[in-house]
Design a protein around this ligand. Structure first.
Ligand code: ZN
Length: 230
């Protein structure tokens, strides 16, 4: 899960449409994000979205939750169905603490390489596992590796899912050091940014270590923290 193809660092542009944010990534994938909360609808609203992928993890998810609770902010967790199945109580803890739990597939394949029925099974099995712990069916899908094309998009839409990628990627999964994770986020963040980090899939201690500085600096800059997909 730590191996990611492609480079997704650069964001060429983003713009705020009416109630929706469209993000154009270097790879050329333009993805409509879910409608932003009312307080983010006006242009220039200083809201950012923290997102955590590849959990839940018994080692790191509770640490991420502790930091978020300490600062009183909420985030969106894109969880892998297999991990939900292995650690269901961590998923229910994430939801109980007011965070959004969304779908990141069952076993983290590149959905572009799968048949329609395999994509359906990846998504619906994960939906069921999450719903069993949270009481809510995810409304969003983040395809592993950001791997989207026209067929992934249409298959997601047929399952009622909005596809959500990100606009700021500090590549925390590569463990560049907590300081690098902090500076990559803080240098690139803009109003409306969706920040990609990881609470599962490997040693995430650097991500946990970077979070307090990221959150406190963004707060000092006047940002608030929004939750996606509900
Ligand atoms: Zn992932």
């Amino acid at each position: 899960m730590a191996v990611r193809p492609g480079r997704r660092k650069g964001v060429h542009r983003f713009r705020t449409a009416i109630g929706a944010l469209v993000v154009a990534l270097t790879a050329g994938a333009a993805v409509a994000l879910p409608a932003a909360p009312a307080d983010a609808a006006g242009s220039g609203a200083k809201v950012v979205y923290l997102t955590f992928d590849d959990g839940p993890s018994t080692a790191y998810t509770p640490k991420v939750l502790n930091v978020l609770a300490r600062y009183g902010v909420h985030a969106t967790f894109f969880e892998i169905g297999e991990n939900v199945s292995a650690h269901p109580s961590v998923t229910s803890q994430v939801a109980r603490q007011g965070h959004s739990v969304q779908n990141h597939s069952w076993s983290h394949p590149d959905l572009r390489r799968l048949s329609a029925s395999s994509v359906n099974s990846q998504v619906t099995k994960t939906d069921r596992a999450i719903r069993a712990q949270t009481g809510r069916t995810p409304s969003c899908l983040r395809p592993p590796y950001g791997g989207v094309n026209a067929s992934v998009r249409s298959r997601a839409a047929a399952l009622g899912k909005q596809v959500v990628l990100w606009s700021v990627d500090p590549q925390d999964w590569a463990r560049p050091g907590a300081g690098a994770i902090e500076s990559r986020v803080l240098r690139n963040v803009r109003p409306g940014s969706v920040i990609l980090m990881h609470d599962g899939g490997g040693d995430r201690s650097q991500t946990v270590a970077a979070l307090p500085t990221i959150i406190s600096t963004l707060k000092a800059r006047g940002y608030s923290f929004g939750v996606l997909c509900r």
